[in-house]
Design a protein around this ligand. Structure first.
Ligand SMILES: [Zn+2]
Length: 83
């Protein structure tokens, strides 16, 4: 580190005075759940009155993926037990 690059503690503290995190602006969805404003609801998938995310299809796809993965894992475990 070059000496010229060094800042005083006050300089560093002044810069960091703007680094505080703000809480997300949570609003109540029409389904009653709390959600981040300007984002689709993670509970019902609605945004601005319409369904933005098809959560039924999404959950089904996730479950199918998990079943496929765990199915192959249990197959390898049973194969190892057979040996
Ligand atoms: Zn909702």
């Amino acid at each position: 580190m070059v000496v010229r690059m060094r800042h005083t503690r006050a300089h560093t503290a002044n810069r960091r005075s703007h680094h505080a995190l703000k809480a997300h602006a949570l609003i109540k969805c029409e389904c009653g759940a709390a959600r981040v404003s300007h984002r689709a609801c993670p509970v019902c998938g609605r945004y601005n009155g319409r369904v933005a995310i098809d959560l039924v299809a999404k959950t089904a796809a996730r479950l199918a993926k998990r079943n496929k993965r765990e199915g192959s894992k249990s197959e390898t475990q049973s194969a190892q037990k057979a040996k």
